[in-house]
Design a protein around this ligand. Structure first.
Ligand SMILES: *Cc1c(COP(=O)(O)O)cnc(C)c1O
Length: 355
């Protein structure tokens, strides 16, 4: 696949940085593979894609994405398989969601076939960067931003689509303490919460920092109108086990439609676990905490995969979840997900796409 017949222009690095990486201790998001992909949108058309060494790029101080936030991204992963090959996990779902985000932010969609080909070629070139240890993977970051040099709010006429990759280990190495947020809002009805738009994450930083100062790691976001319904956890979807059932807030205008969430629900159903995707109120959660039927709570997302919660901070105090050794649903889901992604179990849903 590496490639004299590529439709992209390919410039390979002369000095790989791979020797400097300690693959047993990778800091999440701080190590970048040798190459990146970019593709410019100019005058209503996508130009020829380029693969070149990862490095700084220069741009005008008036570049519109910096001022007006027309910028979206995706996060996905590729995994080393037992035979040494590399598979991406459900890249088609990320590509579809990327284009939904683009539409919402008034940006051009990236043609799906070009996007997929760019992933395959970039990861093939940097395949030595895909870690071999089982709790590690290659994180893939596609993004699109406005590149017109212009002052004044309007959609840009030019854009750049890019992809780079990072070998990563675990995101959180211990269970997280989360606080239910009833003052600040992540996403409002009619807003941009269902898109992976850069500004959504900027808006979440201050409330998260205030919670960090009180000893919590992350927030459980609630709905903007009444602050009575649970939406998401930080940049993950969330699931609870109440009375042995897996309860997950349903995707909406204000809840990002996570691929890990959807995969976890499918696997839970395969395992015979009862799943409800619906509105989850704080009152329901608090009652279940009080009567001991809330037995597990966890985040679901590409970066952190299945992320367990040790404590939920309610308005009237903290609830400590039971000892992690008793958690059944989250551990079954994590095991089933890992088996598929790492190629150790049968991929019955056809989620792995070879590079
Ligand atoms: C990316 C993201 C998720 C998780 O989505 P995945 O497809 O599972 O990675 C959940 N919530 C928010 C706000 C996100 O940005």
């Amino acid at each position: 696949m590496l490639t004299t017949d590529s439709t992209f222009e390919i410039k390979l690095t002369e000095s790989s940085a791979i020797e400097s990486v300690d693959f047993d201790d990778i800091k999440f998001g701080q190590v970048f593979s040798d190459h990146l992909f970019y593709l410019d949108y100019i005058d209503g058309e996508w130009t020829k894609g380029v693969i070149e060494p990862f490095g700084p790029m220069s741009m005008s101080p008036a570049t519109m994405c910096i001022h007006y936030g027309q910028s979206i991204f995706e996060g996905m992963k590729a995994y080393r398989q037992p035979d040494g090959s590399v598979s991406m996990f459900r890249p088609g779902a990320n590509i579809s969601r990327f284009n939904l985000s683009a539409k919402r932010m008034c940006m051009p969609e990236v043609p799906e076939d070009v996007f997929m080909q760019a992933l395959v070629e970039l990861i093939s070139i940097d395949k030595d960067w895909v870690p071999h240890n089982s709790n590690s993977s290659l994180y893939i970051r596609p993004f699109l931003f406005a590149t017109d040099s212009h002052v004044g709010v309007r959609p840009s006429n030019t854009y750049r689509f890019m992809i780079f990759t990072c070998p990563v280990g675990q995101y959180y190495n211990k269970p997280v303490r989360v606080k239910i947020e009833c003052e600040y809002t992540r996403a409002a009805i009619g807003g941009t919460g269902a898109a992976k738009a850069a500004g959504n994450y900027a808006g979440s930083l201050l409330p998260t920092k205030l919670a960090n100062d009180k000893g919590y790691d992350q927030l459980l976001w609630t709905d903007s109108k009444t602050h009575t319904c649970i939406e998401e956890c930080g940049t993950m979807n969330v699931a609870f086990v109440i009375n042995g059932k897996m309860i997950v807030p349903a995707p909406s205008d204000t809840v990002l439609d996570g691929i890990t969430r959807e995969s976890a629900i499918t696997l839970a159903q395969d395992l015979g676990i009862e799943v409800e995707s619906r509105i989850v109120t704080i009152a329901e959660l608090e009652k279940a905490a009080e009567n001991g039927t809330l037995t597990e709570a966890f985040g679901l997302g590409t970066a952190a995969t299945v992320s367990l919660m040790s404590t939920i901070g309610f308005e009237d105090g903290d609830y400590d979840l039971p000892d992690l050794s008793t958690w059944i649903v989250s551990s079954l889901i994590k095991k089933a997900l890992d088996e598929i992604r790492l190629g150790n179990g049968e991929d019955v849903h056809g989620w792995n796409i070879p590079v």
